[in-house]
Design a protein around this ligand. Structure first.
Ligand code: SF4
Length: 240
């Protein structure tokens, strides 16, 4: 890694070779080993994002908490999540003794309705996600050099090439996807083995959870099919 210069506002700090070496090194290691390295390497400059919807983020929260490095945790609160999601965020903060930073959009729902008209998600979900998810995430990630995310290759075609470690040009940081090669079975095995709390809606026909207006029950075989029903959209935009 080269040292920071004034140009690094817009430049990549980790080279492709360095990232390639990291991917090779950690592909042969356990997920815990990767998280141990990342949380030690970056200290308070790495953040875990957790949606408290899907189970993957709960696995990572459990693993990171066991490392006891006080890794910051961010929860993107769109103001439109399920009550079960808010309840889980509170319960997890208690259980793991962590302070979870709740990042909210710059616009309240009322302000958004006034500017864009009511129920923007029904007309232009990309714009709604931009306001309520993508922009708040950028704000939340700004202070950090690295980001731990729970995305997995098996979740969607758009995620099928997800590496363990990648440079994120949008946020100018190292994005670490420790569960990239995990599947649903791995996740649930970890959750049951370690008694990790999870969103109860996952047992009620919702294999993938986001905001209430844009989430429907779906089959476990195509979990993202229950998101943005009626639109071609499959990603909220925070992982593209
Ligand atoms: S998931 Fe739906 S309600 Fe939530 S931010 Fe995106 S479009 Fe808006």
């Amino acid at each position: 890694m080269r040292s920071l210069t004034a140009e690094d506002d817009v430049a990549q700090i980790w080279t492709e070779d360095e990232i390639g070496e990291l991917n090779e090194r950690f592909r042969a290691c356990s997920t815990e080993t990767l998280l141990d390295w990342a949380t030690a390497r970056f200290g308070q400059d790495i953040v875990l994002t957790c949606s408290f919807g899907g189970p993957s983020g709960m696995v990572l929260l459990d693993m990171v908490s066991r490392l006891e490095r006080g890794t910051p945790v961010v929860f993107l609160d769109t103001d439109l999540l399920f009550p079960e999601t808010y309840a889980l965020a509170e319960a997890a903060a208690q259980r793991y003794g962590v302070t979870i930073q709740r990042q909210r959009p710059a616009l309240t729902l009322a302000a958004q309705d006034k500017m864009e008209g009511p129920r923007l998600y029904e007309r232009d979900p990309d714009r709604c996600c931009g306001i309520r998810k993508v922009a708040p995430l950028a704000e939340a990630l700004r202070p950090y050099q690295a980001w731990i995310s729970g995305i997995r290759r098996d979740q969607a075609q758009s995620r099928a090439a997800t590496p363990l470690i990648q440079w994120n040009t949008r946020h100018h940081l190292l994005k670490i996807n420790p569960l990239a090669f995990w599947n649903d079975r791995d996740v649930w095995h970890y959750i049951h083995t370690h008694d990790v709390p999870y969103n109860p809606l996952l047992d009620q026909g919702y294999p993938s959870l986001g905001c209430m207006p844009c989430t429907r029950p779906a089959s476990a075989q195509s979990p993202r099919a229950g998101r943005w029903n009626g639109f071609a959209k499959t990603e909220c935009g925070i992982h593209v």
